[in-house]
Design a binder for this molecule. Structure first.
Ligand code: SF4
Length: 331
């Protein structure tokens, strides 16, 4: 399991971002955005034909340079996530409240993640594109001005610092990393780390957002929260949730993926069962961490049914469902 992740972690393969920045890609800075996307599609296709047999080295224009060029344009009319705000983030703010620069609330060696991940070099970005009523990181998710603004160069130094301190991966999380993609891509131009990159996210990206990060993430760590759009709208204010997240999960088939599902009180049939069933029918190779640590944080107590922890019968039922649908469990 996680063959690619372990190969990178053991130093047998280049992390994807290092290969992407060494892979030549021909484009001009004055091309229209749709032309750049066409070149991107072609470069991605060629890249995957050659990876992992790509040698590191300087190139005049790389696949990563192309991604940075594209994301600068996208930032002017932001559609990184399915909120599709369309705002120019150099002048204004969209739903996530984040401007042009990344903001980081903290970065440290995280020991509380799945065993395959620890010690994990975790970077907590400020801001989020969801509004989960039970958010455990509400102080950074809903206050995009929390933390501090970091340049791409500082972000790269943070990654290097984490690797020096013993991190076995760089874990990009938040809040939500998606609104911070512009600075993340720019940081990869200069970051000197050799450990795998982990995308720890709600996976509510647009196809454009997914294309930009698809080729640089070594291990995907998506949440799969809801089996029903009604629940997603009520608890996270996230429209079209199921369609968006399942589309993106299908996009990363064939890659190293660890899905997290946090069981919610009273949501065994509408969410847990539908999610496990979907995974068993569509992405049975994905490993799933079914999590039971729900706590009624933030404004959960104001929402009927959400102001309590799980009952023992709910935990047992979730485990029964995992067995019934034969999902591959991991923690
Ligand atoms: S990242 Fe999402 S929420 Fe933030 S401005 Fe862009 S589209 Fe809107």
């Amino acid at each position: 399991m996680f063959e690619h992740y372990w190969a990178v972690r053991n130093g047998e393969r280049l992390p994807l971002f290092r290969a992407v920045r060494s892979f030549p890609c021909e484009f001009e800075g004055d091309m229209e955005l749709n032309e750049l996307w066409k070149v991107h599609k072609e470069c991605s296709r060629e890249f995957w034909k050659e990876y992992p047999d790509i040698e590191e080295g300087g190139v005049e224009r790389s696949f990563l340079d192309l991604k940075v060029e594209i994301v600068k344009r996208v930032l002017g009319e932001c559609v990184l996530c399915e909120r599709r705000c369309g705002v120019d983030r150099r002048k204004g703010r969209g739903f996530c409240g984040l401007g042009e620069e990344a903001r980081v609330a903290s970065h440290f060696l995280h020991l509380g993640e799945e065993s395959v991940l620890i010690p994990s070099g975790t970077i907590f970005f400020s801001s989020c594109n969801f509004r989960c009523v039970y958010c455990q990181n509400w102080d950074i998710s809903f206050f995009p001005d929390s933390g501090r603004e970091v340049s791409a160069a500082e972000l790269a130094r943070m990654m290097e610092d984490l690797e020096r301190r013993g991190a076995v991966n760089i874990n990009l999380v938040g809040g939500e990393p998606t609104p911070n993609i512009p600075a993340i891509l720019e940081a990869f131009r200069v970051a000197d780390v050799r450990i795998p990159i982990v995308w720890n996210s709600n996976l509510y990206l647009t196809p454009e957002g997914m294309e930009l990060i698809y080729d640089i993430i070594d291990l995907w760590l998506p949440d799969f929260k809801y089996g029903s759009d009604e629940c997603a709208l009520r608890l996270s204010s996230a429209p079209r949730y199921f369609e968006v997240v399942t589309r993106n999960l299908e996009k990363i088939r064939g890659r190293d993926v660890l899905v997290r599902h946090l069981v919610l009180p009273g949501h065994l049939e509408c969410c847990t069962e539908r999610i496990l069933k979907w995974i068993s029918e569509n992405t049975p190779e994905f490993c799933v961490n079914v999590m039971f640590q729900y706590r009624p944080e933030w404004r959960a107590a104001e929402v009927p049914g959400m102001g309590r922890v799980l009952m023992r019968e709910e935990i047992e039922r979730a485990l029964e469902l995992a067995e019934k649908y034969g999902v591959k469990l991991c923690d």
